[in-house]
Design a protein around this ligand. Structure first.
Ligand code: CO8
Length: 260
């Protein structure tokens, strides 16, 4: 499907989804959020896909936030609706069956930081910058930032970022656990594609259930999460990929997984 504000390219077994509004630093308006939903719905039925890399167009921004011009005149009801649409996008990414990696190539502010946080893994370029500057605008994060940031970096660090609106650079984001690592700008996309390539060589059912175990379990207490893990672990043993993976190990050969 052609999009106005996104570019979706399939590269081998990885989809690269680029938010493409560089003149507005890739800010998320309603149309872009709706296109993200449509794009991920399309990718969800592509069985060949190993994972998705999400990035921003241009050299300056990943996503500089929700579109301030589009939000300026919202009333309370419309504000809540806009927030819910954004939250639906974040949840869609978070629960997407395949891994989603944020390739953070510049400003990831407000809704942009929230978009990166909904991804499974965040890799930052040297020039990436992160922040939740909503308090500067008289609002609070509305796309899940008040919930995902403390889960990623702890309550104290999250509240400092949320209450000051301060921007941090990629290395500080890495130090506090907001991103997995920082790479040179021109290595960002190749590095993310390499990670997806590595995952493509593993058992696809195991990759899917592993994400499911972590994503579903994080919302539960440890004991319930472990019970859920045992169920999913058991499910692996109903797959040919488990038989193949273990047989290949014992025969000292590479496994050939078939996703069933
Ligand atoms: N929305 C709309 N337009 C934007 C945004 C944005 N978030 N960010 C940048 N732009 C536009 C600018 O208006 C400018 O447009 P123009 O060229 O037409 O004047 C263009 O992008 C380039 O930006 P700058 O000239 O400002 O570039 P600088 O390099 O000087 O500064 C910054 C870059 C620091 C990133 C600066 O643009 C900035 O501070 N942007 C806003 C960042 C921000 O506050 N983001 C949070 C927005 S609020 C939010 O995301 C809440 C999410 C939840 C919403 C829930 C709704 C209920």
């Amino acid at each position: 499907m052609p999009f106005n504000n996104l570019i979706c390219a399939i590269n081998d077994k990885a989809a690269v989804v680029t938010v493409n509004r560089p003149k507005a630093l890739n800010a998320l308006n309603k149309e872009t959020l709706e296109e993200l939903l449509a794009c991920f719905a399309e990718l969800a039925v592509n069985d060949d896909l190993t994972g998705v890399v999400l990035t921003g167009a241009g050299e300056k921004a990943f996503v500089a936030g929700a579109d301030i011009a589009a939000m300026q005149h919202l009333d309370a009801l419309a504000g809540r609706e806009f927030g819910r649409l954004g939250q639906q996008v974040m949840r869609t990414i978070e629960t997407f069956a395949k891994p989603v990696i944020a390739a953070v190539n510049g400003f990831a502010l407000g809704g942009g930081c929230e978009l990166a946080m909904a991804c499974d893994i965040r890799i930052a370029s040297e020039t990436a910058k992160f922040g939740q500057p909503e308090v500067n605008l008289g609002v609070i994060p509305g796309f899940g930032g008040t919930q995902r940031l403390p889960r990623l970096v702890g309550t104290g660090m999250a509240l400092e970022l949320l209450l000051t609106g301060d921007m941090i650079d990629a290395h500080e984001a890495c130090r506090i656990g907001l991103v997995n690592r920082v790479v040179a700008n021109d290595h960002l996309l190749p590095h993310c594609l390499e990670l997806i390539g590595k995952m493509a060589r593993k058992g696809p059912i195991a990759i899917r259930l592993c994400k499911d175990a972590v994503r579903g379990g994080i919302e539960l207490d440890c004991e319930s999460g472990c019970r859920r893990e045992a169920d999913l672990f058991g499910l692996c043993f109903a797959s040919n990929d488990q038989t193949e993976g273990m047989a290949a190990f014992l025969a000292k050969r590479q496994p050939t997984f078939t996703n069933n």
